[in-house]
Design a protein around this ligand. Structure first.
Ligand SMILES: [Zn+2]
Length: 375
């Protein structure tokens, strides 16, 4: 039904284009060319200017030839590092990197699937409602592209983000909110041998605060982490400052807020008891989404998975994606499993069969959306 070889070749071509976050220019140019070849109107928004990078998000539109909700379909153009000079290797139906870089299937597999689906629609004259393709920048560093996307021009009624681990058929209907917390502890330096009592040891305070916290999995939908600690100058100096950075996540906003508050309070309490100061900033990175199974975006995906011979698996996740931002902006969206495996590591791989299944799944989503208004 789909042209697997064409999709695979295009995928390989794309993973060879370097596009680590903030450096998506070459990838955007390639994509604009491909979209125009497909007869789509493709343009770049102003997110690149806002984010001080040379590239904006790409938005492309295919007017519908049938009634139905406007379907937003999305993947991101950027990759994590090490993502320069990727040399993909295909063996036994699996694509992986040569081992010294990531593969970049996260998320170029998603892009390849979308391009093949649109090509198939054109070739086979498949009935579809209006399609809105969105290819974002900077997804891997705080969903910044999606946050700065030009929403006023978007018409998406339902959204599908092809950017989740898990096999085709996995439908992510629930994802957490996340706060990033930075605590800068300010103590007082002193010579560690001559007069340690005159100092206030910022590292000791950080250690005591962290030791008193609950870190890791808090409950089924809530996690916390301390991920970065930096400070101190030399072993013979009582350190006067240390920066601790961590995060809290939960699919329940109340629980996430509660964990953030517990961390702030603990740092303040320990700092105060040692005569230190602490400056704390909280950056709410994104908000949670929890979709109802009765919502159109979910119903369409479930029906399409069944039609594709896949088992629809409704799942929640512990990670955020552009779907969080689309939901926040009022476009009910789910993330879809596309078979990406070991993402963000040099062991990353994806099977061509999963990409094929996912492309058929996406085509069935597009077809199911046509009749979705009436059922
Ligand atoms: Zn991704």
């Amino acid at each position: 039904m789909i042209n697997s070889e064409r999709m695979t070749n295009e995928f390989i071509e794309m993973v060879k284009i370097d596009s680590v976050s903030g450096k998506e220019r070459a990838m955007a140019d390639f994509l604009k060319l491909k979209l125009r070849e497909l007869g789509m109107e493709a343009y770049e928004d102003d997110a690149g200017k806002t984010l001080n990078s040379g590239t904006g998000n790409i938005i492309a539109r295919l007017p519908g030839n049938a009634q139905g909700p406007t379907v937003l379909i999305s993947a991101h153009m950027d990759t994590v590092e090490p993502g320069v000079g990727i040399k993909p290797i295909i063996k036994d139906g699996i694509v992986r990197s040569s081992g010294d870089t990531i593969l970049g299937g996260d998320n170029k597999a998603g892009i390849a699937i979308i391009l093949e689906a649109v090509r198939k629609i054109r070739e086979n004259n498949i009935r579809h409602s209006e399609l809105e393709l969105v290819f974002t920048i900077y997804e891997e560093s705080g969903l910044l592209g999606a946050k700065n996307l030009e929403y006023r021009t978007l018409k998406g009624d339902i959204g599908y983000v092809l950017d989740s681990a898990g096999e085709p058929g996995v439908i992510i209907t629930s994802a957490p909110a996340q706060d990033v917390i930075s605590a800068n502890i300010i103590g007082k330096s002193a010579h560690s041998g001559f007069c340690p009592e005159e100092g206030v040891n910022a590292i000791e305070i950080a250690a005591k605060a962290i030791a008193a916290l609950e870190i890791g999995r808090i409950d089924e939908e809530t996690t916390t982490n301390i991920g970065v600690i930096s400070g101190g100058k030399a072993t013979n100096i009582v350190p006067d400052s240390v920066l601790v950075q961590g995060e809290t996540r939960s699919r329940s906003r109340i629980k996430k807020d509660m964990q953030t508050r517990l961390i702030i309070e603990k740092f303040k309490e320990v700092a105060l008891s040692h005569g230190a100061k602490v400056d704390i900033t909280v950056d709410p990175l994104y908000f949670e989404y929890n979709l109802d199974l009765e919502q159109q975006v979910v119903r369409v995906a479930v029906a399409a998975a069944e039609k594709s011979g896949l088992i629809p698996k409704i799942k929640s996740t512990g990670g955020g994606s552009d779907a969080n931002i689309f939901n926040e902006m009022g476009i009910p969206s789910v993330a879809l499993g596309i078979g990406m495996t070991n993402v963000h590591t040099t062991e990353e791989l994806i099977s061509i069969k999963d990409m094929e299944d996912c492309c058929i799944f996406l085509l069935n989503i597009i077809e199911a959306a046509v009749s979705a208004d009436s059922n």
